[in-house]
Ligand binder design. Structure first.
Ligand code: MN
Length: 648
């Protein structure tokens, strides 16, 4: 536009206002479709990974995913996200499936579509940083067995933590999708994300993912973010946003108008709630527009029917929350983290503290320099906040992960750390400033050696390097031919699953008359024993109840004639009574016993490693002294009312 020389006498206010108005007008116009810029929107379906991870606690088994994968392979998606994230851990831990076999099976089932995985940067599919040799071998094997697209993120958006993975994926000649975790905080801005996108492009990423794991990205910001990113980089932009707060479909559409190249959606039976916008809806909504996906809605019907039916099998893992959670817009606590916290508090008989914990989380997050809340930072912040509330004093107990976080072992936080909390958490140790994995010695050789008595493949060694105790249990059980997956509850009468029909079931339904009223009782199954407690699921007049049955002698022992105190906790260990009785702050499983009877220990020395909330916590000596007795061994489930170790 030709610029007239400005008359020096003209008042400044008027033209400025005019210019501003014009700019706003222009922005509004650009929301309209641009038919001249004929382009296609690509879709990634995430139902087979994030869909059931978000909705069914990652519990769907390979046999229920494969038929859908075969159907989805015919549709023409840009990619199918099928592996990584929490699925690897869940396969080994709960389903007793080999995650590597799952990947190979997917590859065979979907030979025509790119297979995609979620890789947590240097954390791979685990919760801590692994050494570079494990990282390299893991990616090489994942590529070999069928992964085409590696979506790589770091919970702190610390690029140093995703660089090595990007390099290995490149070497494998596969697609690198470097990822930016979207969050809302005083230290995050659109400018910051755009700058990061440029940096990732310079590092050679093939596409960039905006990962909105909590569903916090508002529609107009999505438009702005994608538009600005598209102006700054040449590589395709891929959006991953969760439905949790109800904004995801709007935000996705606005991102598309802003120039988005690829969108994540989930097949309708595994969409909505804490999952993603529905695939079929987007195909229909964009049909005939310049953003047409080119996919045929009719081709999705078979896969949808299969997934709808399969979901029924997992009803015991359905969360109570299925609709839209607008609280998250205030708390920013992702759905997965919420359910994790709720179960943790329930185990502690402290579910009434939930609100307090939710209020503590933003405070802990601030102290930690505003990390995005995603695995593993969500667990670190969540368990520390829980600890701060349960102990009644902030940072009275500091988890091992919190300590490591402040020492720099997870990377550089986005904002600055609270100096007082930091000093306390570091406990006199020196922080690191470099890339965390630079401090790790190679781990594969050690893992191989530790498995020398077992028949194992290179993939088994990787599983073990990632999850030592879980993988070892899996390998052990497999050797003995005793792999015992979690029991699925039978589907109630309406269910049509052939698997349920083939089960040989004892009578499970009764009619009971009591005081003239008839009750319809239906024993629908039992859950996994956790901390010595086994839940039973019983339906009374179609209302599902979860009950815990106490062993008979326990009931008797607590009766009126029982001794006042048996001095024994539920797990058979003594109840804590003196200052040298070491307990766990959270119920969990003993991963390592670090001392032996007779050892001299000083106040603060590590004694045990306990795994709780997917985190490993060190239990330290409460005082100087000698280890008098050890009441636990590796693999034991322990509760907070038990003495684990006695120090004199
Ligand atoms: Mn996700």
């Amino acid at each position: 536009m030709a610029q007239k020389p400005k008359p020096p006498t003209k008042p400044k206010a008027a033209p400025q206002a005019a210019v501003k108005k014009k700019a706003v007008k222009k922005q509004t116009d650009s929301f309209e479709l641009e038919p001249s810029k004929s382009r296609k929107l690509y879709l990634t379906d995430v139902a087979l990974r994030d869909g059931h991870q978000s909705l069914l606690a990652t519990r769907m088994r390979t046999e229920d995913l494969i038929p859908a994968a075969q159907e989805l392979d015919k549709v023409g998606f840009w990619s199918l996200e099928v592996w990584g994230g929490a699925t690897f851990d869940a396969c080994l831990r709960f389903l007793k499936e080999d995650p590597w076999e799952r990947l190979k099976t997917f590859r065979k089932a979907a030979p025509n579509t790119r297979l995609q995985m979620l890789l947590r940067g240097q954390n791979l599919v685990g919760y801590r940083h692994y050494a570079d040799d494990v990282l390299k071998e893991f990616i090489v094997k994942s590529a070999e067995h069928g992964i085409d697209v590696f979506r790589i993120f770091d919970a702190l958006n610390d690029i140093r933590n995703i660089k090595p993975a990007m390099k290995v994926v490149k070497q494998c000649k596969k697609h690198v999708e470097a990822t930016i975790c979207y969050t809302v905080s005083p230290v995050h801005s659109l400018h910051h994300y755009v700058e990061q996108a440029k940096e990732l492009e310079d590092l050679g990423t093939d596409s960039i993912c905006i990962k909105d794991m909590a569903g916090l990205l508002p529609p107009f910001e999505a438009y702005e973010l994608v538009k600005r990113m598209k102006a700054a980089v040449r590589v395709p932009i891929h959006l991953h946003t969760h439905y949790t707060s109800g904004m995801a479909s709007m935000s996705s559409l606005m991102a598309i108008l802003g120039g988005l190249d690829i969108l994540d959606t989930a097949m309708s039976p595994l969409s909505g709630g804490t999952s993603h916008p529905p695939t079929e809806t987007f195909i229909a909504a964009l049909k005939g527009t310049p953003y047409d996906t080119g996919l045929d809605l009719k081709q999705l019907t078979p896969a949808a029917a299969l997934l709808r039916e399969a979901r029924k099998k997992y009803h015991q893992f359905e969360s109570d929350f299925t609709g839209v959670d607008t609280d998250i817009l205030l708390s920013q606590v992702p759905g997965g983290m919420l359910s994790n916290l709720a179960s943790q508090l329930a185990e502690q008989n402290a579910i009434e503290k939930m609100q307090e914990v939710l209020e503590e989380i933003p405070k802990v997050r601030k102290d930690m320099g505003y990390p995005p809340l995603v695995t593993p930072s969500s667990q670190i912040v969540g368990s520390q906040a829980t600890m701060n509330v349960l102990t009644g004093e902030r940072y009275k107990v500091i988890t091992n992960e919190t300590k490591n976080y402040f020492l720099g072992f997870y990377g550089k936080p986005p904002g600055s750390l609270d100096s007082k909390v930091r000093q306390k958490a570091m406990a006199g140790e020196k922080p690191i400033t470099g890339r965390p994995a630079d401090n790790l010695d190679p781990e594969l050789k050690v893992a191989k050696k530790e498995l020398s008595e077992h028949q194992v493949s290179p993939e088994d060694i990787l599983s073990y390097a990632l999850f030592p105790s879980v993988a070892l249990q899996f390998i052990d059980e497999r050797e003995r031919g005793e792999l015992k997956p979690e029991v699925l509850e039978p589907i109630s009468q309406g269910g049509k699953s052939p698997t349920a029909q083939n089960l040989h079931l004892a009578p499970v339904e009764f009619r009971v008359m009591l005081h003239g009223e008839t009750y319809h009782i239906h024993v629908s199954g039992s859950g996994q024993t956790i901390d010595g407690r086994k839940p039973y699921y019983i339906k009374v007049d179609d209302k599902l109840e979860e009950v815990y049955l106490e062993p008979l002698q326990e009931v008797l022992a607590s009766g009126p004639e029982a001794p006042i105190s048996s001095g024994t906790a539920k797990g058979g260990r003594p109840k804590p009574s003196g200052p040298g009785d070491v307990t766990t702050p959270m119920p969990g499983r003993v991963v390592k016993v670090l001392v032996a009877e007779g050892d001299q220990v000083a106040n603060g020395n590590p004694l045990l490693v306990i795994e709780a909330m997917k985190m490993e916590n060190q239990v330290t000596a409460p005082m100087d002294g000698t280890v008098k007795a050890i009441h636990v061994k590796e693999g034991d489930q322990v509760n907070s009312d038990e003495t684990l170790i006695q120090i004199e």
